[in-house]
Design a protein around this ligand. Structure first.
Ligand code: NAP
Ligand code: GCO
Length: 269
């Protein structure tokens, strides 16, 4: 097999990357394709996003198929996985990327708002992993990569639901590792730092007086490189965890945070 010569090669592999219309998901999908993945399957809730993403994948020369599918809808996920497996033969890699955040002080957050974040960010990865595990078990091979967060380790104001979900996703990662390692299935996670995507755009908006968003300055002070990371910087770590180069890595949360978790932060001038 080619991977014996190049363990980082994804030649012949088919990847399902949830929520890969733009942002981190698209960047990871592109990196998997550039590493040789045969096809990218992706999903989102919004048809316009999917159609635009298909144009982008085509522009980037990537064989991709998009599905309108909410990761919280188990029947729709099972149908998507069945159709994609029928068309492409197998799903070798699952990246549980789809996710939302709601920034609301906990004492003001409605139960339904808390539940929606948990459903998408934690139950969704459960549903999607459960949908692909049977074929991975049968083939005695598979890679599941969950997209965790700084909030898998740290809390902050207004993100209680998100932190609870991402903390749970860290342990779901470790449990899938524990339960399915004997089938040669590796389940790991990437914990991105602060990445410039639509999800974090509100935290970087220029203020009405033209000044920087306080959170923008805060994050740059917390990151040794003094900057936000870009989605493409997650591609290499994702290729590693999706490839045979990481066959002996399981249950690991790979923080791709520019050093935030190691750093007390720059002293204000
Ligand atoms: P984003 O720009 O908001 O993109 C999220 C994607 O997920 C969109 O394609 C969205 O499409 C899709 N999505 C949301 N809910 C969905 C659902 N129920 N079913 C299917 N698709 C759904 O987010 P991002 O910044 O790229 O983040 C991607 C992942 O990385 C998330 O899990 C996020 O928590 C995590 N993360 C982000 C950062 C960061 O700094 N940006 C850092 C750490 C971790 P539709 O809305 O059309 O469904
Ligand atoms: C926030 C941000 C973060 C990032 C990411 C950090 O409001 O603090 O959205 O949560 O999305 O999860 O790793």
């Amino acid at each position: 097999m080619n991977y014996m010569k190049n363990p980082f090669s994804l030649e012949g592999k088919v990847a399902l990357v949830t929520g890969a219309c733009y942002g981190i998901g698209y960047a990871i999908a592109k990196a998997l394709a550039q590493a040789g993945a045969e096809a990218i399957i992706f999903n989102a809730r919004n048809k316009e996003n999917i159609d635009k993403a298909l144009e982008d994948y085509s522009r980037d020369g990537i064989r991709a198929k998009g599905y309108i599918c909410d990761v919280t809808d188990e029947a729709a996920v099972q149908k998507m996985v069945a159709e994609a497996t029928e068309e492409f033969g197998h799903i070798d890699i699952l990246v549980n990327n789809a996710g939302i955040i709601k920034r609301i002080p906990m004492h003001e957050m409605a139960r339904e708002e808390f539940q929606q974040v948990i459903d998408i960010d934690l139950v969704g990865p459960f549903i999607c992993s459960k949908a692909v595990l049977p074929q991975m078990m049968e083939r005695r091979e598979g890679k599941i990569i969950n997209i965790c967060s700084m909030m898998s380790e740290l809390g902050r104001e207004t993100v209680s639901a998100y932190a609870a979900a991402k903390g749970g996703l860290k342990m779901l990662t470790r449990n899938i590792c524990s339960e399915y390692g004997e089938y040669n299935i590796q389940c790991n996670a990437i914990g991105p730092g602060y990445i410039a995507t639509p999800q974090t755009a509100p935290l970087r908006e220029t203020q009405p007086d033209g000044s920087r968003h306080p959170f923008d300055s805060f994050i740059c002070a917390k990151t040794p490189a003094g900057r936000w990371l870009n989605p493409d910087e997650l591609g290499g770590p994702a290729v590693f965890l999706a490839s045979h180069a990481s066959d002996a890595v399981n249950g690991h949360i790979l923080y791709v945070d520019g050093g935030i978790l190691a750093y007390i932060g720059k002293q204000p001038k």
